[in-house]
Design a protein around this ligand. Structure first.
Ligand code: MIC
Ligand code: SF4
Length: 657
């Protein structure tokens, strides 16, 4: 019985546990990445662990999210990150150098290595044959300190790709199709491995588009074999020495296999407001569009942007459409500038945004009220653009550029069939134009000793969680429905700059549910906290979808939230809750969800006893009218972390003995 590629890499890195699906395992982490929006907290926590310099083979700190610079906060964060990286043995990719996942793929990713990143789209690295996993910043800080990363050993879904993509059909359409089938919920505990003759034809950047959006499936990681395509990509990045052929055994056994014939695929869209609300473009074609953006860590490679530029060369964008292009990296931008494609985009009327996350995380380019926005991004959660009631469709660059020309949602195949535009097939360059001058290497150990870390006044060290009480007396602060994302819990957009200041940022926890004239979630929570009553959140399926931002646990913890009772909780968010000492509880009987309301007072008599030794916990309404059971589903390590008042304390106490 042969092995999957996922299990081979896990086996090579296993330091604790056994490779049995569902069991907790600990793996060695070779590389880490952090980005500024999660990285400031990650580094503040890393510093408070007191381990000195990083113990990984490679750690890189990127600045790509918080770039707008309204007020001093962003630049304060950049300077802190730059100086703490230099001191801690970490490479620092400066603002302007590009989006972390794109740059990491280009300059650092290594087949067969493990990568842990404080960003949910870290699995992009699976496109180059890495086992790349997203996690909360504190987990990444622990990995930087040399600690293993603990996860549930995943089941492996094999996706066999056959055939070839037709003209105007893109890698994005493969993953959108899969999202339509598997949806964004119910995939916790799985990894996805792509193989088959169809996979061989896909370039590394195409593969990376697919592994990137594995995050939307909610799986732990997605991966392609490391083969001739990988070798070609690494050689073009002048990193051939990092190549290593890797694949699953021929007789590998998967827990489930899905077949996709690429030649049968057509252009697709994720309709508002979930990445799994999938429909073929032809069904929504003709819809008026107000703005279009090509970019993000999903679709801003050299090939994506060259294709866009070729189609637009000598043409003009529709007069009623605003069109923005955000190149994934400075490398891509430089190459477009050198070969004239950038000039073609500008001449066509494109707005060139900087190489960063930009509109993907609500940093400008919000759509007008009531207009449709087409984006090549990976998330279209309601309001993420910064516009209430936004209507975002996630599409391929091919669909985006076709619609740029017409002003309505357009099947890109129409460009050939109706407008005589040939599909520009973009070959991967034999050599990318490499310039690492915006990647600052760390200081030597000697130089680092004297180096100062700059800490602007807006940077506040986060408060540590308090110990859990033996008996929990709490109140339901909020009852929410299914698929609550971390964008609902902790909005980004204009609040993103508060990431390094928890007391300020915590004021907007669950802001989308706040009503004018009524006390906010934060005000209600702090009032309870001052009375010694714990905050409780009740939720439906798939609570905590989306980003890895640990602020979605850290800020509620600051407000006194001590438990989340949900029908199900997504992987990264669940780990973040435990790390910040909030108890994740699953309804033993999902119908009990219906019997709870906001304002209900709840009591858990022996919370600590249950955490210590039981899989279940009894939760009662304080007035005695109703009691129900919750599942704890904690590993031994989860229990220890909760009993130690969170991961930071747990790590410190382990280090001291
Ligand atoms: C996102 O796409 O939502 C983000 C912003 O990149 C997040 C990280 C964050 O919130 O800082 C993610 O995907 O993890
Ligand atoms: Fe940045 Fe958007 Fe990618 Fe998140 S999904 S890393 S915000 S580009």
């Amino acid at each position: 019985m042969g092995n999957t590629l996922v299990s081979k890499i896990l086996q090579e890195h296993l330091v604790e546990g056994q490779l049995t699906a569902g069991e907790e395992i600990g793996i060695r982490i070779d590389q880490t990445l952090t980005q500024d929006a999660t990285g400031t907290t990650a580094f503040l926590l890393f510093e408070s662990m007191g381990v000195g310099r990083v113990k990984t083979d490679l750690s890189v700190s990127y600045v790509d999210h918080n770039m707008a610079g309204f007020g001093p906060e962003n630049h304060n964060d950049h300077l802190y990150l730059q100086t703490v990286a230099a001191k801690s043995g970490v490479y620092h990719s400066r603002p302007g150098n590009g989006i972390c996942h794109q740059v990491h793929l280009e300059r650092f990713g290594k087949p067969g290595a493990t990568l842990l990143g404080s960003d949910s789209h870290t699995p992009t690295g699976g496109g180059i044959g890495m086992l790349a996993i997203g996690a909360g910043g504190l987990d990444v800080a622990v990995a930087m300190g040399g600690g293993p990363f603990y996860l549930q050993c995943p089941k492996v879904l094999g996706v066999r790709l056959t055939g070839r993509l037709g003209d105007w059909v893109a890698a994005k359409d493969i993953i959108l199709g899969l999202l339509g089938e598997l949806t964004t919920k119910g995939n916790v505990g799985w990894a996805v491995e792509y193989f088959g003759a169809g996979a061989k034809n896909l370039t590394v950047p195409q593969r990376a588009t697919i592994t990137n959006m594995g995050a939307e499936l909610g799986v732990t990681a997605s991966i392609f074999a490391s083969d001739e395509q990988t070798k070609r990509f690494l050689a073009a990045q002048k990193r051939e020495q990092d190549y290593r052929p890797l694949a699953a055994d021929k007789d590998a056994v998967y827990d489930r296999v899905i077949e996709i014939d690429l030649s049968t695929l057509e252009p697709m869209a994720a309709c508002p407001s979930s990445p799994d609300n999938i429909r073929p473009i032809r069904e929504i074609a003709g819809k008026k569009v107000g703005q279009i953006a090509v970019g993000s860590c999903t679709n801003s490679s050299f090939a994506d942007l060259m294709m866009t530029a070729r189609v637009l060369k000598g043409r003009r964008i529709d007069p009623l459409v605003e069109f923005a292009v955000a190149p994934g990296s400075r490398e891509v931008l430089n190459m477009l500038a050198a070969n004239g494609a950038l000039a073609d985009l500008i001449a066509a009327g494109a707005r060139i945004l900087e190489s960063a996350c930009g509109p993907c995380i609500g940093q400008g380019f919000s759509p007008a009220d009531g207009t449709v926005s087409l984006r090549t991004f990976n998330r279209n959660f309601a309001g993420r653009t910064g516009t209430k009631g936004d209507q975002v469709y996630l599409v391929s660059p091919e669909t985006a550029v076709a619609s740029v020309l017409t002003g309505v949602v357009t099947d890109p195949r129409d460009l050939s069939q109706k407008m005589g535009i040939e599909y520009p097939k973009i070959k991967m360059p034999r050599e990318f134009q490499i310039d690492d001058s915006m990647i600052q290497p760390p200081l030597s150990e000697d130089q680092a000793k004297a180096a100062q870390v700059l800490r602007g006044s807006t940077i506040v060290v986060p408060e540590a969680p308090a110990s859990l009480p033996g008996k929990l007396v709490g109140q339901v602060l909020l009852k929410c429905g299914d698929k609550i994302t971390t964008d609902h819990i902790m909005p980004a957009g204009t609040f993103l700059k508060l990431r390094s200041n928890v007391p300020k940022y915590a004021k907007v926890v669950f802001n989308c549910f706040n009503e004018p004239g009524k006390p906010t979630f934060a005000e209600r929570a702090l009032k309870l906290k001052s009375q010694g009553v714990a905050g409780v959140i009740v939720a439906g399926e798939s609570y905590g979808q989306g980003s890895s931002r640990e602020h979605a646990a850290l800020c509620p913890m600051y407000l006194g939230v001590r438990a989340v009772i949900a029908r199900s909780i997504e992987r990264i968010h669940r780990a973040n809750l435990i790390n910040f000492c909030i108890v994740p509880i699953r309804f033993a009987d999902p119908s009990d969800y219906d019997k709870l309301q906001a304002g209900d007072e709840l009591v858990i008599e022996d919370l600590l006893g249950a955490i210590r030794s039981r899989g279940e916990v009894r939760i009662a309404k304080r007035d005695g009218s109703f009691a129900f059971m919750g599942k704890l589903e904690l590993s031994g390590r989860d229990r220890d972390i909760l009993l130690s008042a969170g991961l930071l304390n747990y790590t410190r106490s382990k280090a001291h003995g």
